[in-house]
Design a protein around this ligand. Structure first.
Ligand SMILES: *Cc1c(COP(=O)(O)O)cnc(C)c1O
Length: 412
């Protein structure tokens, strides 16, 4: 296969996916399943009750930690544990807990590691349901949240940390506004104050190694690229330390957090092809982003591989690739209503929430989620693009038609 020039953006967005391919194909298989005389894919096993040979065996099982043992369906099924093993290997952590959704993967560790009287630092660019959880449920339970600019520097962050700060939360790049965060700096500050650093690493799965950069707890919406086919809702939380694993695992059991075996099976099957899908999607996304960047209607393309994206140097330093999701900011002379007409006129880009499937999507993001922290918020109308596996020339032709509608609509 032809390899892009190592100094090119094409190489930088796609190299990490090539490295990941063997792990995705070979990993996540229980060791006791023979490599001959068995089906390639681990089976789905549906179940609640697990039968024990006698009472002594049942009691004995109850005294152990049974992380990956069959005890009861609510503690996970074999296919869930295979998936957990593969996600832990991708992220480079010691253990992973699969949960019912990406959002549960955000809220569950916050519940596990925060108590009344504690202080939480959340980036202003955080996924909006995570923000809502902090401002409603966590507030009700006596946890106070301060929002920080995702582009904050070390001195700025130190000024916000309190004695009671127990969690610094990050999401990189940020939802809708795509700021890449300085994760090693966040880790330094968090750890100096005895706080944990949690990262929503959904965008960076496979191309950002959270624990190598000081993250303690990494969150994944597996709904996105791991599932990869827009047909499953599932999440995962991975930890760097066994000590944190005990706390997280206990919270998962107490909160009844599992995922159904069929959803785990679909996600594991999706992961087998993630490297090849993402190699293509990252390169197609870069091509579309470069084309958009050259359009006179566009003020900025918020793609981490571009210099104009806030935090671009951190992406260059810390990431081995990019995915197919990025933002577009139009020039200020195009009103939001014209952008909306453009979006409605697109044919190949589906309009809907979420991303990470094989199909292209578009979503208006003007007004977005950032509220509290001034600076860096786009002035022009904005939308988010997800690039799927369609022919990239067809996607560009579709966008070209969209820009005609944009111009006509803002003239009229
Ligand atoms: C989609 C998403 C989530 C939530 O995942 P669901 O499975 O849809 O609940 C969380 N964080 C980020 C960054 C996401 O993009």
């Amino acid at each position: 296969m032809e390899q892009p020039d190592p100094n090119s953006s094409a190489y930088r967005v796609s190299q990490g996916w090539r490295r990941l391919a063997s792990l995705l194909v070979q990993g996540g298989r229980a060791e006791d399943v023979p490599r001959r005389g068995a089906f390639v894919n681990p089976p789905v096993t549906r179940g609640s009750t697990v039968l024990f040979p006698d009472l002594a065996a049942m009691r004995e099982t109850g005294t152990r930690s049974h992380d990956h043992e069959l005890v009861y369906g609510a503690m996970g099924t074999p296919i869930q544990h295979d998936l957990e093993q593969l996600v832990a290997a991708i992220e480079g952590g010691v253990h992973c807990q699969v949960v019912s959704s990406g959002l549960a993967a955000c809220t569950m560790p916050l519940l596990a590691f925060l108590s009344a009287g504690d202080h939480l630092l959340l980036p202003d660019s955080v996924y909006s349901p995570t923000r809502r959880f902090a401002s409603t449920m966590l507030a009700r339970m006596g946890v106070e949240t301060t929002y920080y600019a995702p582009t904050i520097d070390e001195a700025g962050l130190r000024a916000l940390v309190r004695d009671t700060t127990r969690v610094v939360f990050a999401e990189s790049p940020g939802s809708h506004t795509f700021e890449v965060q300085d994760i090693p700096m966040l880790a330094r500050v968090a750890h100096a104050h005895g706080a944990r650093l949690m990262l929503d690493n959904t965008w960076g799965i496979g191309v950002f190694q959270p624990f190598e950069h000081g993250v303690d707890i990494s969150i994944q919406a597996l709904t996105k690229y791991p599932g990869g086919h827009s047909d499953v809702i599932i999440g995962a939380v991975t930890v760097a330390e066994n000590e944190d694993w005990r706390i997280l695992r206990d919270a998962a059991i107490q909160l009844g957090q599992v995922a159904g075996p069929d959803d785990c099976w679909l996600t594991l099957r999706g992961l087998r092809t993630m490297a090849v899908r993402l190699e293509r999607q990252s390169l197609s996304a870069l091509r579309v982003a470069e084309w958009l960047r050259g359009r006179p209607e566009v003020a900025r393309v918020l793609h981490p591989a571009f210099e104009e994206c806030p935090g671009h140097p951190f992406w260059l330093r810390d990431f081995t690739g990019a995915c197919g999701l990025f933002g577009v900011e139009l020039r200020e002379d195009f009103p939001v209503s014209a952008m909306e007409d453009m979006i409605d006129a697109l044919g190949l880009f589906g309009l809907g929430a979420s991303w990470g499937g094989y199909e292209s999507l578009v979503l208006p993001t003007t007004g977005g989620i950032r509220r509290n922290i001034p600076g860096g918020i786009p002035k022009g109308a904005t939308f988010r693009i997800h690039i799927g596996l369609e022919n990239v020339d067809d996607l560009i032709a579709d966008l070209e038609g969209g820009f005609e509608v944009l111009r006509a609509s803002s003239a009229g």
